[in-house]
Design a protein around this ligand. Structure first.
Ligand SMILES: *Cc1c(COP(=O)(O)O)cnc(C)c1O
Length: 379
């Protein structure tokens, strides 16, 4: 039987104790038992979000929480800034337009991070901007945005800072309160090692003022309803009961490990992956200055079709990595080191990548990638 190793940037692998929790018989959600689970989940999430702000649970994938942010914060005709340096940055712009907001788009070359000065420049001259939307870890390119630096330029303005931390949360540092971030969105199927279906949104008091005055149409994602329900340790609609219960296993695991230790561990996995790629004669797609510890985007030689690499690794050897999107289709592969992944998963992935690259005609000494990664892992 083939293995099924997921080195993809969502969904990620689910560890056994979480699988076991997902297999428990369902309980009803309007009960003290579920309330206990919900309370524990929200407290645990606050630890990971590094915030004292409220956190609401939505039954959707990550994009649902992004949509909730847009329709609860903005009204048609409002002004907002979006940063487009990849697919997920573009999603903020598309969501804004869906709700009658034409965003002021900051275009960033794919593979580079936004210079906070560009955001500051617009905020300085447009005092009526209500929100700035950024992506912490741009999953399509493997770029990390310096959220702290962006928060510094937004914090003391009228605008709120909204961060898509769907792929980064629990993998790289995000100090919501210390840095002064107003809204953070995330989801279950990335750093939290759960199936998709549960999204999270944390909202500061400054941002919740906008939630109360937004004129955008909203029903399912109306955060006023979420806030009201949360006061009674409840949710407005049927929550993803099973995932909430399993989330507590995930949060326990994260707490046990310690956030700083986790970040350090992912940094090592990322470093090993990057060194392996370089040893194989491949270059890293993003700029040195904004490398991601969430996933590594690797450029492939012109003669190697990235789609084939992904397909052979998955269909022949049972190891999933992600390909490139849009203009990067076939040109890069993305190896995720987030959630439930360890050194041996990465070494397995690299061993497989070596075999497939050799098969497709790329020349190098077999084993050099593994050796380079192992060197990082052993020190
Ligand atoms: C996965 C992801 C999302 C959410 O995508 P869904 O398919 O809706 O879960 C949003 N932003 C980033 C950066 C992501 O990696």
């Amino acid at each position: 039987m083939k293995r099924n190793l997921l080195l993809t940037p969502g969904p990620t692998q689910i560890p056994p104790e979480i699988c076991a929790a997902l297999g428990r018989p369902i309980i009803h959600h309007r009960t003290p038992q579920f309330q206990e689970n919900l309370k524990e989940a929200v407290e645990g999430l606050k630890h990971v979000f590094q915030t004292k702000n409220d956190i609401y649970l939505l039954t959707s994938s990550g994009t649902g929480a992004m949509e909730a942010a847009v329709c609860n914060l903005l009204s048609p005709g409002d002004k907002a800034i979006t940063v487009e340096g990849g697919k997920f940055g573009e999603r903020w712009s598309e969501l804004c337009r869906s709700y009658g907001v034409e965003p002021d788009v900051i275009k960033v070359t794919w593979g580079k991070a936004v210079d906070p000065a560009r955001i500051k420049k617009i905020l300085d001259t447009h005092k009526d901007i209500k929100a700035v939307f950024i992506t912490q870890s741009e999953t399509s390119t493997g770029v990390t945005t310096d959220v702290e630096a962006v928060a510094r330029v937004v914090r003391d303005t009228n605008a709120v800072l909204v961060v898509d931390a769907v792929s980064g949360l629990g993998v790289i540092d995000l100090q919501m309160d210390n840095w002064g971030v107003d809204v953070v969105v995330s989801a279950s199927h990335k750093g939290f090692m759960l199936p998709p279906g549960l999204a999270f949104i944390s909202v500061s008091a400054k941002a919740f003022k906008l939630v109360e005055t937004s004129k955008s149409p909203r029903y399912y994602f109306d955060l006023r309803k979420s806030k009201e329900a949360m006061a009674d340790v409840d949710t407005p609609f049927t929550p993803a009961i099973g995932i909430v219960i399993a989330l507590n296993e995930s949060l326990r695991r994260i707490k046990q490990e310690g956030l700083q230790n986790l970040f350090a561990c992912y940094a090592r996995l990322a470093s090993g992956t990057r060194e392996a790629a370089k040893a194989l004669g491949l270059s890293i797609f993003p700029d040195e200055s904004c490398l991601s510890n969430v996933l590594t985007a690797v450029k492939l030689p012109a003669e190697v079709d990235g789609n084939k690499v992904v397909k052979i690794m998955r269909d022949t050897y049972g190891i999933s990595v992600a390909g490139g999107q849009d203009t990067l289709k076939g040109k890069i592969i993305r190896i995720a080191h987030m959630g439930c992944v360890d050194e041996y998963d990465i070494l397995t992935g690299i061993a497989c990548l070596e075999k497939v690259l050799l098969k497709l005609g790329h020349k190098f000494t077999p084993g050099v990638g593994i050796a380079a990664a192992q060197k990082v892992f052993i020190t």
